[in-house]
Design a protein around this ligand. Structure first.
Ligand code: CUA
Length: 344
């Protein structure tokens, strides 16, 4: 910079452009890095369904990169050629260039991508066989009801699948449009009122995979998460057996008092606990609530403090949910918490 005579040299436009390319590449790299940190990413697939989508994504990414590089090279050539006054364009050359680069190459790319897309679409339609386990998932504002076909019990916001097997997922909604999405396992499937939709899940390694409602369904849409636990077949069978069995009986005096408060109080009007007189159908079945990963479909962690806060006034935790504030005697609250935490 020359400031001796109060003059500032202006960078020429060509120089500025030279600095933009590294910035664009760095920005793209940071954006990609952001995709792989923390939150579940469809670019970190753990099953064959999401693997197809990730493969397609990377194919499109590298094609885009190649096209971008090609355009940059042509642009650079054009800028340099403009400075050299001796460039002669032969008759017919521009037309040939536009035909090949502007129509021919894009046509080849689009047809190839279309063919790969059709192949992946067919693979995603290749669901499990008739003997595969079927899990029925119903979307509610704002939680997921989960049942295994042929098993009486229900659970909420968590489902288990055996590793390495395709599992049929049958989807319904009890109210509005929702969308079932487990990014690391399978693309989205919408839940449409009056329809039964089907998808499947397949995990090729054990793990806990977070899912999320992917269609705006009201104020607490963001707090409509679910957890898919992929585990060895014997563990999956044990989970299914627990869904069929009555909830564990209370072991301590506090738990017994909690159970009585639950069954005789307003809780039982909306919630069920298998093996007790509580048989409500409005809210989630709580027979295994002590073992769940969260309270309120991912709203808060499942611990004593949050459970107490939820029971007393869940509207402060997840405003708009269907559970009204509960007039629970403060002395009874620890008993209720002890009982619910024992249900696992
Ligand atoms: Cu359910 Cu968004």
């Amino acid at each position: 910079m020359d400031t001796r005579r109060g003059l500032t040299k202006r960078p020429r436009p060509g120089r500025r452009c030279r600095h933009l390319l590294p910035v664009a590449v760095l920005g793209g790299g940071l954006a990609l890095a952001g995709c792989s940190g923390g939150a579940p990413s469809a670019l970190d697939p753990a099953g064959s369904g999401a693997g197809r989508i990730a493969g397609l994504w990377w194919l499109l990414f590298w094609i885009s990169m190649a096209v971008f590089a090609e355009v940059m090279v042509v642009l650079a050539w054009a800028l340099l050629a403009r400075r050299r006054r001796d460039v002669r364009v032969r008759h017919g050359q521009p037309l040939r260039f536009v035909t090949v680069a502007g129509a021919g190459i894009p046509l080849v790319i689009l047809v190839a991508v279309y063919a790969v897309g059709l192949r992946d679409l067919a693979a995603l339609g290749d669901g499990p066989g008739p003997d595969a386990p079927t899990i029925e998932v119903t979307g509610h504002k704002w939680w997921w009801e989960v049942r295994v076909q042929g098993v009486a019990g229900a659970t909420a916001n968590e489902l288990h699948i055996p590793v390495g097997e395709k599992v049929r997922i049958r989807l319904r909604t009890a109210d509005v449009l929702h969308s079932f999405w487990v990014p690391q396992l399978m693309p989205k499937t919408d839940l449409i009122a009056g329809e039964v939709r089907e998808t499947w899940l397949h995990a090729d390694r054990p793990g806990r995979y977070r899912g999320q409602c992917a269609e705006y369904c009201g104020t607490q849409h963001a707090h409509m998460a679910l957890l898919v636990v992929a585990e060895p077949r014997p563990d999956f069978d044990a989970w299914t057996a627990r869904l069929a069995a009555p909830a564990p009986a209370p072991q301590t005096d506090a738990q017994r008092r909690g159970r009585d408060a639950f069954v005789q109080g307003s809780c039982a009007g909306c919630h069920a606990v298998r093996g007790t007189a509580a048989n409500g159908r409005v809210g989630p079945d709580l027979s295994d609530v002590g073992a769940r990963w969260s309270i309120g479909a991912g709203a808060v962690p499942n611990d004593g403090g949050h459970l107490g806060g939820w029971i007393a006034n869940s509207q402060t935790v997840k405003p708009g949910n269907r559970m009204p504030p509960q007039p629970v005697d403060a002395g009874r609250l620890p008993d209720l918490i002890a009982y619910l935490q024992s249900l696992k």
